[in-house]
Design a protein. Sequence first.
Length: 212
Amino acid sequence: MSTGVIIVLIVIVVGVVAAAAALALRARGATGGSGLKRRFGPEYDRTVARHDGDAKAAEQELGARVQEHGSLHEQPLEPAAREQFQARWASAQELFVDSPRQAVADVDQLLGEVAGARGFPDVQEYEKQFDALSVHHADHVHGYRRVHRVVTARTNGTPESQAGTEEMREAMLEARALFDDLVSDDSRNGNSHGRGGRHSIGAFNKQALKGS
């Protein structure tokens, strides 16, 4: 083998190794401490708090979420399905005035179904679905957690079972942001919050206050 061929092969090998190293560094940045903080935002802090301040344990959990669900591609909603979901939200919003706890339960179910329709894990696997949502909608996923806790509190006997009207109203307001992300036409391009969603939140705010 000539010297020239050997040099070319060495250059190719060095290039391949360099490219692999760059990809590894990029992946490490996405799942490292600073990368996870940027990606998860408030959800990062909540996870650290849940681990009693152990940032390493929290980062291991969040990193595992990214590894499992980071490659998920959200599916677009058909216009008819989007309209049905929006109509169901409006019904839950109206119901809140007379029956806030049932309205929260309806919203919890609705969020799970919308997420499933967008390609996230099935609504029956809440923990897995929530983890996937937290990877792609970290800024707004906490509202889903709040309404779900209110719904499951009756069975589990947790403090959320005593949630008052104002607390449930706030949970629904926060959950609305995730709902808007999931039903928005451009939600697959990032965390969005449509103008229609903000208007609806304001209307709900007034309705709920009258009913509380």
